[in-house]
Design a protein around this ligand. Sequence first.
Ligand code: AMP
Ligand code: GLY
Length: 431
Amino acid sequence: MNILLLGSGGREHAMAHKIAGSPLCGKLFIAPGNAGTAAVGENVKLNPESFEAVASFVLTHRVEMVVVGPEAPLVAGIVDHFAETPALRNVLVVGPTREGAQLEGSKDFAKAFMARHGIPTARYRTFTAATLAEGERFLEGLKAPYVLKADGLAAGKGVLIENDLATAKAHLKEMLGGMFGRASDSVVVEEYLDGIELSVFVLTDGVHYLLLPEAKDYKRIGEGDRGLNTGGMGSVSPVPFADKAFMKKVEDRIVKPTVRGLREEKIGYRGFLFLGLMNCGGDPYVIEYNVRMGDPETESVFPRIKSDVVELLEHTCRGTLNECRLEVDPRTAACVMMVAKGYPESYRKGDAIDLGQDAEGVQVFHCGTRLDEEGRLLTNGGRVVCATALAPSLPEALLKSYNRTHSIRWDGRYLRLDIGQDLLKLMQEGE
Ligand code: AMP
Ligand code: GLY
């Protein structure tokens, strides 16, 4: 079948690579894609949020399945648009309905959903400009640090964590005054959870589900996880502390009640579900839901999936995921991200990239890249490329990934040198 993948990052390159490798895949189109996806399929100049343009492309190119990489088209209701348009009704679209996408699109919706279904998460309340005074009192009743979250999508920047009560109060007021535009018209104030984060991925058809490999990502720009938040500077899968006992708690306390809750509330959901979790002394708590795969988690999760992903996605869309088995590579995947100088603040685009030599067992995924008219590879984003190695152990996977990054060059490249080091330390302490 012909498949259209929406998105343009490393997540989409890693997905495109797997999809193109499936015998079930006919033509693969990626919109808008990057220089990496152009090598495994055909890039199409389409805005994923322009549903009319996507629909017309789907019809003229006989696309039978649309896979949505980022959250924005899902939150805007691309699944509903296809379901409600007679000519598009038979096209399979991987993702939740607009209502399901509210799990990511509205923090308040997600928290209320968790409260209704008894899913462990930080204690919270939601405030608006009209209830600012109550919000300040609620903050006074919490212990530092204070967590403030813009309700709506704020390009990954809508969460503030403050150590000091006065600053937290001032920021609550600023947020409600439009610090993140309409996204912070409502603000969730919640308890701080102390622990280690991990990302758990679920594929669900709304009734059945499969647990995909989990991963850990490295969010901040600086080593030791310091400095500004980024889209993610690397990832590792599996996560050593996510052992059988921990993952059973995740499944029983979070995955099952979430899928059951969606079904009970008749919220259509056929796609990926990303659980951002905190491991607090061995117990998992939900920090956030995302309604898509993570980036750069996909770059370490997808290389470990041995099953045919197109088959999995087809069963997801048809509601027959119970007929599928997931086969996972037991090896460790380590992904190291390389970014443009200045990222995540202002950075330059258009620098020529030398990708160096291929290495066995290492894949290079493109994130922000493009080809110019002469076919030269140029930087085209903050996160530029990443290297993912698969190896029998975490130290070996890290060594292979880092070795591969040495030969990838452009003017001003930057990478963190400590990806996975926290996990190695934990493993040593556990021995
Ligand atoms: P979010 O956008 O919800 O993923 O939040 C961004 C980051 O803020 C998360 O990845 C966590 O590192 C941190 N965070 C969010 N909520 C909490 C919380 N309740 N306690 C501790 N850290 C949090
Ligand atoms: N790496 C975190 C995210 O994709 O949101």
